[in-house]
Design a protein. Structure first.
Length: 190
């Protein structure tokens, strides 16, 4: 039964972590519950034997570690590593594009996604957004997660692309831009 509980915990963590930022936030919450002490890159670290610590980097990476109570030559050490990001698309600044009445987002491929799997499925978005503030050097930062079907990367129907089943080259910059709406207006839509 312990394995089932662990599996459900992992599934919940993945479900609640739609982007690397939320994976980091959720990992930080778990570490806080387990009495880890947060460290900051800009401060001097005062580490103690038997201590439990973590540091976040750029809101998207987290390093957690414990310090044993014995000398390292006696107890040894263990390192476990993972990463919080996954392949997907990043929305570029000023992303609104209107092409012949189709409002699409200008995006950039991130990581190494299998592009064909992104077509014709509902998409949402999650991540970190910076917004202008009174102090230009300190913009406001928000973490957003829209858990709704908002976009789709459409593929052509077979009678407009007869060779689709023979395999096709996908131009990530042209063929994978998400469709937002269809309109006659030529205005910004975000």
């Amino acid at each position: 039964m312990e394995k089932l509980k662990l599996a459900k915990h992992l599934i919940n963590f993945i479900d609640e972590s739609p982007s690397n930022y939320f994976a980091c936030i959720n990992a930080k919450n778990i570490l806080n519950e387990k009495d880890f002490t947060e460290l900051f890159e800009t401060e001097e670290w005062k580490l103690k034997k038997g201590g439990k610590y973590f540091v976040t980097i750029n809101d998207s990476g987290i390093i957690a570690f414990t310090i044993g109570s014995e000398k390292i030559s006696k107890s040894g050490y263990k390192i476990a590593a993972s990463h919080t990001d996954s392949p997907g698309f990043l929305i570029k600044p000023s992303p609104e594009i209107n092409r012949k009445g189709f409002n699409i987002l200008n995006t950039e491929v991130y990581g190494g996604p299998i592009l064909s799997t992104w077509f014709d499925r509902p998409l949402s978005f999650s991540g970190r957004v910076f917004v202008e503030n009174d102090n230009v050097f300190k913009p406001k930062k928000y973490f957003i997660n829209y858990d709704k079907d908002l976009f789709i990367i459409p593929s052509l129907c077979i009678h407009q692309n007869r060779s689709v089943n023979d395999g096709m080259a996908i131009n990530a910059q042209k063929d994978t831009l998400p469709l937002v709406t269809i309109t006659d207006e030529k205005e910004n839509f975000l």
